[in-house]
Design a protein around this ligand. Structure first.
Ligand SMILES: [Zn+2]
Length: 262
C-alpha cells in the first residue's frame, strides 16, 4: 500500500511538469460507474452489473468481516478499471511516477481509498488483493505492513481456497529446504517499506496470518483482538510480541503448519 508519502510526490511532480511542458492527459477511467456495497467501480469500458467479478468483490467484504470479526460498513473504496494495460500504465506514469511496476495498485490518501487495475487474465486475483487493502483500511488504521500484506495475500485467493495461498506454501518450504529461509516474525515485523517486501516476505506474511486464523482458537482470537484494539485506537502491544509471548515456539509451529498444508 502507498500512503501520504506517495501523494506528496505526486503533487510536486505535477507542479513542475505543469509549468514546463504540455502533457497528453492521462485521465481516470470514468466512462462507467457502478456502486455496489462499499465499492464505487469506475471503468473506461462497460462492465455489466451482474459480472461475477463484482459479486466476488462484495462477497469478499463479508469474508473479511466474518474471518476477522470486524464490523460491516466503512468509507467507500473507489476502484478504477482500465480496459488495457497501456491505459493503466500511462495513468500511473503521469499520476504516480516512481511506483514499482505492478499490475494493480492501492493508494490511500487523507481523502480517498483507491484501487487502480487493468483488465486482464489475473484481474480477479489482483482486485481481491487490492480491494482487501481498501476494505481493511476503511476499518483499521495503522495496520503494520506485514499484517496488511499477509491479510491481502490471504484474501486474494478465491473463496473456495479458504485463504490457502498454495504458491506461498511451496515457496516457503522450498526455501526452507535450501537453507535460504526460516520463519522469524520479529524480523518480518521490522519491514517498514513496500520496497523491502520481496516474494518471500509476502509469503511469510501470508503464512503467519494463515497460521493465526487456522491453527487454534487462541491464535485466531489474538489476531481478532489485536485488530479490534487497533480499530479502537488503543495502541496495542505489537502483534508479533504478543504471539511470541503466548507461544515462544511459534516459529516451529508455523513450520509444522506449512508441512501439513503441503
Ligand atoms: Zn498488497
Amino acid at each position: 500500500m502507498w500512503s501520504r508519502r506517495l501523494v506528496l510526490t505526486l503533487l510536486a511532480t505535477t507542479t513542475v511538469a505543469g509549468c514546463v511542458h504540455w502533457r497528453k492527459p492521462a485521465p481516470l477511467p470514468t466512462g462507467s460507474t457502478l456502486r455496489i456495497g462499499q465499492l464505487v467501480i469506475n471503468s473506461d469500458f462497460p462492465l455489466p452489473p451482474e459480472h461475477r467479478l463484482l459479486s466476488d468483490l462484495t462477497q469478499l467484504r463479508v469474508r473479511i468481516s466474518d474471518e476477522l470479526a470486524l464490523p460491516s460498513g466503512g468509507e467507500p473504496v473507489e476502484v478504477f478499471l482500465f480496459q488495457t494495460p497501456r491505459g493503466y500504465q500511462t495513468f500511473l506514469r503521469a499520476h504516480h511516477p516512481g511506483v514499482p511496476q505492478r499490475r494493480a495498485l492501492f493508494v490511500e490518501s487523507d481523502t480517498h481509498l483507491r484501487v487502480y487495475a487493468a483488465w486482464g487474465d489475473r484481474v480477479a486475483e489482483d482486485l481481491r488483493h487490492e480491494v482487501s487493502h481498501g476494505y481493511l483500511h476503511s476499518l483499521v488504521t495503522d495496520l503494520p505492513l506485514w499484517i496488511d500484506e499477509g491479510l491481502a495475500e490471504s484474501f486474494e485467493v478465491g473463496a473456495d481456497e479458504r485463504g490457502l495461498n498454495r504458491p506461498h506454501v511451496d515457496r516457503l518450504l522450498a526455501a526452507s529446504q535450501q537453507g535460504a529461509w526460516q520463519p522469524d516474525v520479529t524480523r518480518l515485523a521490522m519491514t517498514r517499506s513496500i520496497d523491502d517486501m520481496q516474494q518471500t516476505q509476502y509469503a511469510e506474511s501470508w503464512a503467519w496470518i494463515h497460521w493465526l486464523l487456522n491453527s487454534t482458537p487462541q491464535n485466531r482470537s489474538l489476531l481478532q483482538g489485536y485488530l479490534a484494539a487497533l480499530r479502537q485506537r488503543q495502541n496495542p502491544v505489537p502483534l508479533h510480541e504478543m504471539m511470541l509471548k503466548q507461544n515462544p515456539a511459534a516459529a516451529n509451529d508455523l513450520m509444522a503448519h506449512l508441512q501439513r498444508l503441503r
